[in-house]
Ligand binder design. Structure first.
Ligand code: ZN
Length: 290
């Protein structure tokens, strides 16, 4: 049997139903308690993001998990990778996996913005003109292929165990759903959560049309890596943010066909169609703005 066809019970029977429940809960929460006001038709975006994500879902299940899991098993048997060299109690290995992998994903997200080839694909995710939980699924399948390479390398270097890999992956997906959602948490609650986690307001700033704001808040699960690299921005109130990529603001230029083709076309410079360069002065902020 092809490795891709093998069952991954933890993902198939626990991860996927759990993520589906989280998705539905966030869908309800963002409808009931919206954070930013939405400017475009919610149903159109939901359908578009869903259809765009179908090849991505298939790739995750058939390759993104099976390939790194096979590598994790091989690395464990061959005694390769950081966590396979040291003997640690299970819970310490679990915490180490989360910290190492989440930090690696911080670098991977950074690379998706900084390496022109990767940005072509990641751009598709950022062109969403509103931001909500459906944006979490809006990834071009090309980005998924590069991700498989990154994840496989990280698993090999860190010697992540196969079970821990699946547990981490489920947490990564749950965090991605959460921080893309348009759920207005009470600001005090979000500020406390934001001492540890990437939250919807923090990630909202990452989806701003102001390039300096997009080039910040690269974290996925934990917010600490952005603090470490001084790339954390929390001074922008959500109602001041325009979501999207400056040069891609026309809804009829962002149809499904055009989104699939976007990475293979000439990329536009980060400017508004008027030629303007969106800017906003950075203000020192001790707390996450409302
Ligand atoms: Zn990004």
């Amino acid at each position: 049997m092809l490795p891709a066809m093998q069952k991954i019970p933890l993902m198939d029977y626990v991860g996927r139903p759990l993520l589906a429940c989280i998705f539905l809960a966030l869908l309800w929460l963002q409808w009931r308690f919206p954070l930013r006001c939405q400017h475009f038709n919610v149903l159109h975006r939901l359908v578009r993001n869903f259809v765009l994500s179908i090849p991505g879902f298939a790739i995750v299940r058939l390759a993104m998990l099976p390939i790194p899991i096979a590598i994790a098993m091989w690395a464990r048997d061959q005694h390769i990778g950081l966590l396979n060299w040291v003997v640690l109690p299970g819970w310490v290995a679990g915490i180490a996996t989360f910290l190492l992998m989440d930090y690696a994903y911080w670098w991977w997200h950074w690379a998706n913005h900084m390496v022109p080839l990767f940005w072509r694909f990641h751009n598709v995710h950022h062109t969403d003109l509103d931001l909500d939980v459906s944006t979490a699924a809006r990834f071009h399948f090309g980005e998924m292929f590069f991700s498989i390479g990154f994840l496989s390398l990280a698993v090999l270097v860190f010697g992540v165990g196969p079970i821990m890999l699946v547990v981490f992956f489920i947490a990564l997906e749950a965090a991605t759903l959460f921080h893309h959602s348009n759920w207005r948490l009470p600001i005090k609650v979000e500020r406390v959560l934001n001492l540890i986690l990437v939250t919807p307001r923090m990630h909202g700033i990452h989806h701003s049309i102001v390039q300096r704001e997009t080039n910040s808040n690269w974290g996925t699960i934990f917010c600490w890596w952005d603090k470490l690299h001084r790339t954390l921005r929390c001074d922008v109130p959500q109602d001041a943010i325009t979501i999207g990529v400056a040069a891609y603001r026309e809804e009829d230029e962002l149809t499904l066909g055009q989104l699939f083709a976007l990475p293979f076309r000439k990329q536009r410079a980060w400017r508004l169609p008027s030629g303007e360069f969106p800017e906003r002065e950075a203000r020192p902020a001790a707390k996450l703005a409302e």
